[in-house]
Design a protein around this ligand. Structure first.
Ligand code: ZN
Length: 298
């Protein structure tokens, strides 16, 4: 299988801080989110003109015909959301997870389709906040027996609420900051370090089909954010960071998010988007050595 960027899709919790170079200084010079409360999911949705039960629909639009070859040049396309993203929406979504725009060389701006890495991250945060993953009760049942997504927030745990509430609150509780980098590190896709999700995607992420560079499709980005948040208190990977021994690690968490998306959003989704997410799920599952009962990788 010729998917080099996906093979490196994860992630390390043992990143050498010196590898981040100048980024280390950013931590000290001010993260505005640390000084003021970050927007809640409800506030993000309100800023984006969405109600608490509304789902943001994202599809993958091929620039050419549906790919029938393994040549990635045939796979170019773009993620398209079913509504334009306003500047206040982008700003609120970013602020919710401590988006450090300066490290991306960007600032909050309106967009229709993500065409920059920061916009892609925002689209992923919005897909986390407003994707359809079923209910909290359904999602929690699917996560048993893992304790990865444990939370004490009784409101979050209301089983009738959208699962997006649960996932968003979980990620927000474990992620202080989202930044770009480290620059020039080709082997990084996402990395988690001390509450900071480092996004190392390059521009190919939003022009190459998602199964070449998985971050390009916002439902994957949402699942990747859950995966990274899981590194706050979840188990580390084994075998040089490439695998989990079972489904109770962060690969399993990401797989369950994609599985929940397929279960809830699949009936309304287009076959191409289902194919795309199923591909990502199978690739995530390839990183789980012994899936075991209850794992969506079986
Ligand atoms: Zn990981």
């Amino acid at each position: 299988m010729l998917l080099p960027s996906l093979l490196l899709a994860c992630v390390t919790v043992s990143v050498d801080p010196s590898a981040f170079g100048d980024l280390a200084a950013v931590d000290d010079t001010g993260d505005a989110s640390a000084a003021s409360p970050r927007p809640t999911r409800a506030e993000v949705l309100a800023a984006c003109g969405l109600g608490p039960d509304d789902a943001l629909i994202t599809t993958w639009s091929w620039w050419d015909d549906y790919p029938t070859t393994s040549n990635p040049d045939d796979w170019a396309g773009e993620a398209v959301m079913d509504r334009p993203i306003s500047e206040p929406c982008a700003e609120s979504a970013g602020a919710a997870l401590g988006m450090d725009w300066s490290t991306f060389g960007e600032h909050p701006a309106a967009f229709d389709t993500p065409t920059t890495v920061a916009q892609l991250v925002v689209a992923g945060i919005l897909q986390l906040a407003a994707g359809d993953y079923g209910t909290v009760g359904e999602l929690q049942a699917s996560f048993t027996p893992t304790e990865l997504l444990a939370t004490d927030n009784a409101e979050t745990l209301d089983p009738a609420r959208p699962a997006a509430q649960f996932l968003f609150d979980y990620v927000q509780a474990h992620v202080d900051r989202v930044s770009w980098g480290p620059e020039g590190q080709s082997s990084c896709f996402f990395a988690y370090q001390d509450g900071d999700v480092h996004v190392c995607l390059d521009e190919s992420a939003f022009t190459i089909a998602p199964w070449w560079n998985i971050g390009g499709f916002p439902p994957f980005m949402a699942s990747a954010l859950v995966h990274e948040a899981g590194h706050d208190d979840g188990p580390a990977h084994i075998d040089d960071g490439h695998f989990d021994p079972d489904c109770n690690g962060t690969f399993g968490a990401g797989a369950r998010v994609l599985d929940a998306w397929l279960a809830a959003s699949g009936p309304q989704a287009r076959p191409l988007d289902i194919d795309t997410v199923e591909y990502g799920l199978s690739f995530t599952c390839d990183d789980i050595i012994e899936a075991g009962p209850g794992c969506p990788c079986n």
